[in-house]
Write a protein that binds this ligand. Structure first.
Ligand code: PEP
Length: 644
């Protein structure tokens, strides 16, 4: 139920954010005007000057991109925690803002979906309350969102969506909104709409008027009712109009004159701006006054061109995309320009599908197929390996820790005896003996390391240099040894080895290809305070959880409760199993279940031939690290035999 709820909320949010971001990107200037309306309503008129306009436009573009990308991320379940939190932050800001809008009503329409869907302020508030609730649900359980794209491929969707939405904004600014949701869109019958308004019907054309500049006469009716073609050059504010296409505009005017089509300039600017424009451009066409906001609504370009035929808008061009001499070589009656483009919206929707939706759908299908075949293969492998009894078992090890016992001769004698015994009767587990440094080179000479691995009990935390008495990892390795015990409680306690020192030692040991047997475990006081889990977790985090997965896989963990080392007090098999299972679970949390399943975890602390079978029978105990009982071949062999 929880997963279904989260995914419904996530889809509702995703669709809303995508739609909201897209309509804003399609009309960045419209969004800029809306932001300026907000600033005015908030009394921040100082931010609405020329620089403020650029700032508002930049905010409009960024806002559209952010909303759209968050929507796409939620849709595909990309960066689930981050995107759900961002959605929540946005809704947490927008909902109180719309409450204020609903109560104070400073702006009639919030503009959240541009001109595409116009909502009242109260409708917007309820919409936001629903979205806020959805955002809370998704942010609470973000990982319940089902992925539509794998993590390894999500970068494609991230980059593609960001580039796409910025390109849409850029193109809409250069040309004009790719989808026109305003009443003056291509195909709109201004004549009928205006006449209806004049008959008292509600209409979006209430502020549309055309007044001659010289005598102030209202010629709206005359312009809209004139038969045939009429050009309207729309320049809301001539002072700010782009003058890079003056020649083309004059050429268009000459063309209109040649064929007898009326041509009017519409502006909200005064006489002075008009005469400056005439001086600058040599414009001869008549200028008329129209409401500035209406002009900005008619076309998002200053200046832009509108072509009417019998009062119907049949063409709209921004100043960057005006028709040129190749388009103007014949009268409009015979030219493409003079006809209403039949399928422009359908073509644009198709373009959108082809350029954005289709590639992402194909990518998503390919990705899901790939994930599915991977899953099938994995299942098949598991099935095969279970059937063939080939389930990979982690390595079982019995390791001896001689500590500071035995002189060289005695050590060699013990190693030889063990070597002969285990050669004669092969063990069912890995066997390692860790000896004082001084024994290593001699024992390495004769020890069959295919049967008994050789290791040191320590190594230095420095690579080399003036550290009198220390033995480096490289030196250990050079004796022929393969293992090293690190983090033993005796070294932590008597030689004050801190987690940081041990971290260095582990790195150096691994750098020199030594396999680390890393000891962890709690004191009696910590056990009595119930802190054993906390202690072992901190010890792992302090010294080995920094390793990469690949390096961690080379580590053998030895859990040794300090209160059981050399005391004759063994942890019960249940106590040991409990904490071994916990250790495996935190390894799984850190590196994943597969790594945890492959990690060898030894038990150490008064382990003997008598208790080893019960301990080693536990599912999470993979052998032992043996102190006292490793000093006699028979005792040690007795423990190794627990794996028989
Ligand atoms: C040890 O020191 O690693 C150890 C486990 O010692 P013992 O077996 O003697 O308790």
């Amino acid at each position: 139920m929880k997963q279904i709820a989260v995914n419904i909320c996530r889809l509702v949010l995703a669709v809303t954010f995508i739609l909201s971001g897209f309509v804003k990107a399609v009309d960045p200037l419209g969004t800029q005007y809306k932001i300026e309306d907000y600033l005015q309503a908030l009394g921040l008129t100082s931010l609405t000057g020329p620089m403020g306009s650029w700032g508002a436009l930049a905010v409009a573009v960024v806002l559209a991109a952010v909303e759209f990308c968050i929507g796409i991320f939620l849709l595909f379940a990309i960066r689930r925690r981050l995107s759900s939190r961002l959605a929540l932050v946005i809704m947490a800001v927008m909902t109180p803002l719309t409450l204020w809008l609903a109560l104070a009503n400073p702006i009639s329409d919030c503009g959240c979906f541009g001109d595409a869907i116009v909502l009242t302020n109260w409708q917007t508030l309820w919409k936001n309350v629903v979205l806020l609730a959805a955002a809370i649900v998704v942010a609470k359980w973000p990982l319940q969102m089902v992925r539509f794209i794998s993590e390894s491929n999500q970068w494609i969707v991230i980059n593609y969506s960001a580039v796409f939405i910025l390109a849409i904004s850029g193109w809409s600014l250069y040309d004009r909104p790719q989808f026109d949701f305003r009443p003056y869109h291509v195909g709109s019958d201004l004549r009928t709409g205006w006449n209806k308004m004049m008959d008292g019907e509600e209409s979006p054309f209430a502020d549309f008027f055309i007044e001659r500049m010289d005598d102030g006469e209202d010629i709206t009716e005359q312009v809209l009712n004139s038969e045939g073609y009429t050009f309207l050059l729309v320049a809301p504010y001539l002072e700010k109009a782009d003058d890079s296409q003056l020649d083309l505009i004059n050429q268009l005017y000459e063309y209109a004159q040649d064929y007898g089509y009326p041509f009017y300039g519409l502006t909200a600017s005064g006489e002075k701006a008009v005469s400056q424009w005439r001086d600058l451009t040599g414009a001869d066409y008549p200028f008329c006054q129209t409401d500035g906001t209406t002009l900005k609504t008619i076309i998002r370009s200053n200046p832009g061109l509108l072509l009417l035929k019998d009062g119907v808008v049949i063409g709209k061009w921004s100043h960057n995309m005006l028709p040129n001499e190749y388009d103007l070589d014949k009268p409009l009656e015979e030219s493409e320009l003079g006809r209403l483009p039949g399928d422009s919206v359908a073509r644009r929707i198709l373009g959108l599908l082809m350029w954005f939706v289709l590639p992402l759908v194909l990518l998503s299908i390919a990705d899901r197929l790939w994930a599915w075949t991977k899953w099938i293969r994995k299942r098949k492998d598991n099935y095969n390996s279970i059937n063939k009894k080939e389930v990979k078992m982690r390595k079982k090890i019995v390791a001896g820790n001689w500590k500071m016992n035995m002189n060289l001769q005695d050590g060699i004698a013990l190693a030889k005896e063990l070597n002969e015994t285990l050669k004669a009767e092969k063990p069912n587990c890995g066997v390692v003996i860790c000896t004082p440094f001084i024994h290593l080179a001699s024992i390495a000479q004769f020890l069959d390391q295919n049967i008994i691995g050789l290791g040191a009990e320590n190594c230095a935390d420095k690579e080399k240099g003036a550290f009198t008495g220390e033995v480096s990892a490289e030196m250990v390795k050079s004796t022929g040894a393969q293992y090293v015990i690190l983090g033993h409680s005796e070294r932590r306690e008597y030689y004050k080895e801190t987690p940081e020192i041990l971290k260095e030692k582990v790195l150096l040991a691994q750098k020199n290809d030594l396999k680390v047997i890393f000891c962890i475990g709690e004191s009696l006081a910590e056990r009595e305070a119930g802190k054993q889990n906390e202690v072992v977790k901190a010890e792992l985090e302090g010294s080995v959880f920094n390793l990469s997965e690949e390096d961690f896989r080379k580590i053998v963990i030895a859990y040794e409760p300090i209160w059981a080392i050399g005391t004759g007090k063994t942890a019960t098999a249940e106590q040991a199993e409990e904490i071994h299972a916990y250790i495996r679970s935190i390894i799984a949390e850190k590196y994943g279940q597969a790594v945890a399943d492959d990690t060898t975890i030894l038990y150490g602390g008064s382990c003997k031939a008598s208790n080893a079978p019960e301990l080693f029978a536990k599912p999470d105990i993979d052998g032992g690290l043996i102190g006292g009982a490793s000093l006699k071949a028979a005792d040690f062999k007795g423990i190794i035999d627990a794996f028989k």
